[in-house]
Every structure is written in C-alpha cells, then in structure tokens.
Design a protein around this ligand. Structure first.
Ligand code: NAP
Length: 378
C-alpha cells in the first residue's frame, strides 16, 4: 500500500494502453514501471526468474511491483514463445535492457513481428541521439549496436519511438560531485566549461511513458532537451559549493588525456572515458537548430561507475539552485534522421512543442518536473 501512495498510483483505465517493460527492475527501468502505473497503464514487467540465488533486493522489488499492481512475467530473453505471449497481452513495449543486452533485443523484435499487435516499441536507448553524433571509437562501437537495433525495428515495420534522454542527472551529478563521500577535490573533464544536458531520471521515465502513448511521436525520435537543464561541470561545482558552503579543488583531466586513455585502455575500460568525453568535453549540443545532443551515459551504466557511485540516490532536500524550465521536447522525423546520417542534414526541420500547449492536460507533469528538480536532485 505504501508503494501505491508513493507513486501516486491511478487505477488502470480501460482506455489506457497496456505496457510491457523489459529491464523494468533496472536503474532506469524501475522509474519507468512506476511512471507507467502512475499514469494508469496496466503494466507488465518481463524479468529473469527469481531463483534461490536471487539477490534479496530483486525479490523485494518484485514484491513491491506486485503491491502496486504490476504483472511480473518471469522468463529469459531467449524464450521466444514466452516473449510472444507477453507481447500479445499489451499494446506498447518499452525496453530498458542494459547495454550488454542491446543486441538481444532482436528477440523482442522477432516476438513483436510474430504477435503483430504492438502499437509502439521503444528500444533501449535513453542516451545520445546516436544517429546524429560521432563519438570516440570505443563509445562509437557501442552506439553502433544500438543503431543496428534501430535499423532492425525499421526493417520489421514496427511502429517505434526512439528516445534520446541525454545524461541521467542524478547518475552523473553523483559521479562528478560524489556528494556521499568525504573529499576535498572534484575531477573536471576537459576545461569544465562545455555544457552538458542532464535530465532527472524520474522525469525521463515520465516523459517516456507519455511519448510512448502519443500519436505524434510514432516513428519519431524524441529528444529530451530542457534548456534550463543545460549546465557545465564548473557551474555544477559552483552550485554545489554554494549549497554546501565548502570549496573543492578542481583537478582537470585534459581532453588529450581522455582521448589517449580511450586509445590505450583495454576494453571495456576504454568505454567510460569515451562517454565522459562525449558528455562533458566534445559536446554535441546545437540548441538553436535543435540538432542534438551531448551526453553519453549509456555504458557507464552497468559495469563501471555504477559500482563506485551510489545506485539510486535517495531524495534529499534542497537541490542545487537549478530552476526548472518549461518542458520542451523535440520530435524529429525519422526520414530526416536518415538523411542526417548520410551527411546532408543541414536542412533538417525540427519541431519544438512546449508542454503547456502540446500536452494540454499535462500541467501536472510540468509541476512534477519542477518538483523533481527542486526536491529530488540527491
Ligand atoms: P540495468 O539497470 O543495468 O539493467 C536493467 C535490467 O536488465 C536489470 O534489472 C535486469 O533485469 C536486466 N538484465 C541485466 N542483465 C541481464 C542479462 N544478462 N540478461 C537478461 N537481462 C538482464 O540497465 P540501465 O543501466 O538502466 O540501462 C538501461 C538503458 O539506459 C540502456 O540503454 C543504457 O544505455 C541507458 N542508460 C543511459 C544513461 C544516461 O545517462 N543517459 C545512464 C545509464 C543507462 P532482471 O534481473 O529483472 O531480468
């Protein structure tokens, strides 16, 4: 019951689409499951089976999900028939599988083809707009795997939405500022002046549930690009100093050093440095034309930083003095994206829609977004 109240659960409505989430027990997946329930969707999570060896946290999470009305379907990613059955029960499929399982999403694509009923598929993305950026080679190799899944979705004729969420804010702010550790210094990547785009995880999840159900975002790329969420490392550090009343020594890791590390470190250690380079040094922001997009994020995920930074930062009061912006999202026609890939994207048109006009009933989301920034950065 407590969990229900925590997420403000609405009754699942007959009209709301049914949503199946792969990776729903994971870092970003958990937020998506809760957002899906919150917005009244009958929600299903496809998850590897609980065994006597399962981590108690995972067992507890399954119980928590069950208590808020989530239907748990236990199975492996290679159980075709089971996945087809799961897919047949829903209208929308969202994958939040971790990077190593990105190629396994072909199994989901196959199941969606067989089931033939899915109105929208969102593959596991939620980072850079990978068709529009070129990053250092180790990260590029990772992005190629996500690009291949995009092309497979398109070849299968499955209605899709690709979400570029940019950097997960709590994740990267924790990584940079290490607020839970005693320390005197902060590592700054590059000059620290390049602007990054950081979106709070709970907002990423809520927007994703929204766009998964919005007819305007079918077969589109949606980029979460909130102008006031654009911040440099040096600005973040200054805000943190103001908030804590402390001062931190800045230790710069210069761009050349990051590039060199990406060339010399063995796989997979060469990946996080490449991501940091993409997120904080060689940033791909182009706001006036809304072309996209910094961040990286992805890989750091499962193997690396996650083990050294707190997994899910508990909400803490008050935040950095970052003010919420009007929620804006950008929907880009996939056709234009394809042209962009062949290098002729100069005439790309993109459409920016302000939340209060586009999501007419969404002042609550806007409010939620503001609250998220105001109260939940840590
Ligand atoms: P995650 O927490 O590492 O994993 C999600 C779930 O996948 C796990 O809870 C697990 O669920 C399942 N899983 C893990 N290993 C598996 C395996 N070997 N076989 C089958 N299932 C497995 O994922 P994440 O870090 O949230 O990443 C999700 C997406 O977000 C990825 O596309 C990633 O690149 C992206 N991301 C973006 C950012 C950013 O800043 N933009 C940051 C991090 C991640 P069960 O145990 O229930 O099966």
């Amino acid at each position: 019951m407590e969990a229900k109240e925590e997420v403000g659960t609405m009754e699942a409505s007959a009209e709301a689409s049914k949503i199946l989430i792969f990776g729903g027990t994971g870092y970003i997946g958990k937020y998506m499951v809760k957002a899906s329930i919150k917005y009244g969707h009958q929600t299903f999570v496809y998850t590897r089976p609980i065994t006597p060896q399962s981590n108690p946290d995972k067992v507890n999470l399954h119980k928590e999900f069950a208590s808020i009305g989530v239907t748990i379907i236990q199975g492996e990613l290679d159980e075709h028939d089971k996945i087809v059955d799961a897919v047949r029960r829903v209208d929308v499929v969202i994958s939040a599988l971790p990077f190593p399982q990105v190629p396994d999403q072909v199994n989901i694509i196959e199941a969606i083809k067989v089931a033939g009923n899915i109105k929208r598929f969102l593959p596991s993305e939620f980072g850079v707009e990978e068709d529009r950026v070129t990053t250092l080679p180790p990260f590029e190799a990772c992005l190629d795997k996500k690009r291949k899944i995009r092309r497979a979705v398109e070849a299968a004729g499955i209605p899709y939405t690709y979400v570029s969420a940019n950097g997960f804010a709590a994740y990267f702010v924790n990584y940079l500022l290490r607020p839970h550790e005693e320390h005197e210094d902060v590592v700054v990547y590059g000059s620290g002046k390049a602007k990054a785009l950081l979106n709070y995880e709970e907002d990423v999840a809520e927007y994703t549930i929204k766009v998964a159900n919005d007819p305007r975002t079918c077969n589109r790329i949606v980029i979460y690009q909130m102008p006031k969420n654009i911040v440099s490392q040096l600005e973040l550090i200054a805000l943190w100093e103001k908030k804590t009343g402390r001062s931190f020594k800045r230790i710069h890791v210069h761009e050349e050093e990051l590039v060199k590390l990406s060339e010399t470190l063995p796989f997979p250690d060469n990946i996080p440095v490449s991501i940091l380079h993409s997120l904080f040094v060689k940033v791909f922001l182009d706001f006036p034309s809304l072309v996209m997009a910094p961040t990286a994020a992805m890989l750091i995920l499962s193997r690396h930083c996650k083990t050294t930074s707190p997994a899910l930062p508990p909400p803490r009061s008050p935040p950095l003095d970052v003010k919420a912006s009007a929620l804006k999202w950008v929907a880009l026609d996939s056709l234009l994206t394809h042209r962009g890939r062949s290098g002729s994207n100069n005439n790309q048109e993109s459409k920016t829609v302000e939340a209060d006009r586009s999501f007419s009933a969404d002042s609550a989301l806007e409010k939620r977004f503001k609250e998220a920034l105001e109260f939940s950065w840590w």
